[in-house]
Design a protein around this ligand. Sequence first.
Ligand SMILES: [Zn+2]
Length: 113
Amino acid sequence: MKRKTSRFSLEGVILVGLLATFLVVMMAGWFQASTSRITTPPEPDELTAVSPITMDIAQQFDCSCGTCSDNAAECQCSTAKATRNFIEKQVRQGKSEQEIIHDVQSLFGYDRG
Ligand SMILES: [Zn+2]
């Protein structure tokens, strides 16, 4: 009898605990939803400024600065940035990937084969 009573109260505690957790989660979710309306401006990042197509093409080229071993998509030097900017301009002009690759090869060279 005593054991049964204690088990019942334990279940009651668990039930209340679950309800409290549920309420906290709900309130946290509501709070998050109400605060997420404040949008923070994205970090100025050279790599996110260009399109995925540009990164795709840039990855096929070694950086032509001559001092780094990174590819043109990953290198942070001004030559790589110029290469990416050049590719990005071609992409926005609606040129095909093959045309852009050809232009980059003739202007910057250093394709990765
Ligand atoms: Zn470089």
